[in-house]
Design a protein around this ligand. Structure first.
Ligand code: HEC
Ligand SMILES: [Cu+2]
Length: 351
């Protein structure tokens, strides 16, 4: 073979494999970026994805036929010397075909969608529970049903932010509202999208077939933090769900214990919440370690042991002097000794 041809072919092959590599990397990026919408893990998502594939394949077939016909005609009937184009008007068979086929297709799509919409929009039939979801710039707050299982010692129902825990294999109704602007609730693997509109309640349902962790995100541009308005749905095996609820209730009860209410309120009103998470409260910071069970830990930040009143007071007052370079600022001066003491009293109950 000619050297030049070989060279060109080699270049071509290298380009093809580079292109395949790029596509694969792009696919990996998509998977890493978030939940893949075509990976249904619950009945509602399955319906939606099923419909998607039917329409996608039909559209691809139409594309292939139409594009193929255009290319064929372009080549077959191209302008050549000695060829004169035949002139004619109308072609009943052809016109009938391109009217009837698309009409039948569009009607079938409508009927298919209509059928499945009933199933998708039916939020109430067989719903195991209703969880209220409030969207706000830029987070999600979940309120569990008013049932004994979710009742805290002060009589209110369990609340959480960021993470929603549900039993697998059960239909969960979600009632949506928004505090500020329009947001949209979407957990692609478990169900469809629904807007959260201020002043209105909208609803949808989700269901996970198997236990697992599923990511979701706000799907309506809602300001600066929109891209970070994520949520996680954790589906528990049905017989583990009560155990999860019990521990969530215990955590939340500890957090609202009236004996340490002052400390808790001080904590929640200070900078601590920007860096620390305490489950069962609004504190959801991610910079520092979670403090939900700080009183059961063997040490504080790996340097002060045991976790008692004295050491916690030292740490909260002046962490940088104990662990140079630590991100946590000193609070002596910012908070009064009394406030630090209140916070520490509360931290000691977080077993
Ligand atoms: C700017 C972020 C930031 C703020 C604000 C902050 N912390 Fe921290 N905190 C950290 C980081 C980071 C660590 C982990 C330090 C380490 O392990 O090196 C930490 C560690 C701790 C620990 C030990 C946790 C463990 O698991 O060992 C406690 C307790 C604690 N902080 C309490 C508080 C309290 C109470 C407040 C508010 C008065 C507060 N923090 C404010 C960042 C912060
Ligand atoms: Cu949003």
């Amino acid at each position: 073979m000619d050297r030049m041809v070989l060279f060109v072919m080699r270049g071509h092959r290298a380009k093809t494999s580079a292109a395949i590599g790029a596509c694969r990397n792009l696919a990996l990026v998509f998977v890493a970026m978030g939940p893949w919408p075509l990976d249904p893990r619950g009945p509602e998502a399955q319906e939606i994805v099923g419909l998607y594939w039917i329409m996608f394949v039909a559209a691809m077939i139409v594309l292939a036929i139409v594009a193929g016909a255009i290319i064929y005609a372009g080549i077959r009937f191209r302008d050549r010397p000695g060829h004169v184009a035949q002139q004619f008007h109308g072609h009943n068979m052809l016109e009938l075909t391109w009217t009837v086929i698309p009409t039948v297709m569009v009607i079938s799509f409508s009927v298919l969608s209509w059928n499945r919409l009933n199933f998708i929009n039916d939020v109430d039939t067989n719903a195991a529970m209703t969880i209220r979801v409030q969207a706000q710039q830029w987070s999600w707050a979940f309120t569990y049903p008013d049932q004994p299982m979710f009742k805290l010692s002060d009589g209110t129902a369990l609340q959480a932010g960021g993470q929603l825990d549900i039993p697998a294999g059960q239909k969960i109704k979600i009632e949506l509202t928004s505090k500020d602007v329009i947001h949209s609730f979407w957990v692609p693997n478990l169900g469809g999208k629904k807007d959260a509109v201020p002043g209105h309640t909208t609803s949808l349902w989700i269901q996970a077939n198997e236990p697992g962790t599923f990511r979701g995100q706000c799907y309506e541009f809602c300001g600066d933090g929109h891209a970070d308005m994520l949520l996680t749905v954790v589906a528990h095996a049905q017989n583990d769900y009560a155990t999860w609820a019990k521990s969530a209730i215990d955590d939340a009860n500890r957090a609202i214990d009236p004996r340490t209410k002052v400390g808790r309120d001080t904590f929640l009103a200070s900078a601590c919440v920007g860096c620390h998470t305490v489950k069962g409260t609004s504190a959801a910071g991610k910079v520092g370690p979670e403090l939900t069970h700080i009183a059961s830990k063997p040490n504080i930040a790996g340097v002060l042991s045991p976790v008692n009143q004295e050491n916690l007071t030292k740490w909260v007052s002046d962490a940088p002097s104990i662990k140079p370079g630590v991100v946590m600022p000193r609070f002596k001066g910012t908070l009064s000794d009394q406030q630090i003491n209140d916070i520490v009293q509360w931290l000691l109950t977080l077993k």
